[in-house]
Design a protein around this ligand. Sequence first.
Ligand SMILES: [Zn+2]
Length: 180
Amino acid sequence: MVAVAVGLVNALTEGEARGRPYEPPTGEARAAAVADVLTTGDRRAPAVTEAEAGALAEVAGRLRGVFEAVTRGDVDAAALTVNGLLAETDARPHLDRHDGEPWHIHFHGAGGTLAGNYAASCATGLAVVLGSELHDRLGVCTAPHCDRVYVDTSRNGTRRFCSTACQNRVKTAAFRARGA
Ligand SMILES: [Zn+2]
């Protein structure tokens, strides 16, 4: 679910991405972008309405705040934001079994809407990370002109970039700066 939170923030919040200004999609394109992100967390591609995509765009803005707070070392602010989302979405665990899979846990919101369920799931995912020794693993890309977010799942926790594209941009710039 943390991967879905990362995907929603990166698809739905404006800023910069890999060296270019980033303007999130709107309308039908936004609904398609949300469906793409949700498919990464759940193989059953959900149908996403434009209204649900709009609701998730609002949630994505607040999820971004969590990554930014952790990046500036303010885990307290990150925890407050996540607690707010958990309370608002009324996130509650629910055991589910479908498509021949074993029982597994989903987090649902009180309203039973797709947007509410995913908001609850993302808030829960970030809560689990913030409540563990991996609480500093949420980050914002450190490459120039990029503010996309990531979760660092590397063993030693040294990730600094949203993507290999940004990692390569920075490497190339450093190489040029050395006059090579
Ligand atoms: Zn980046």
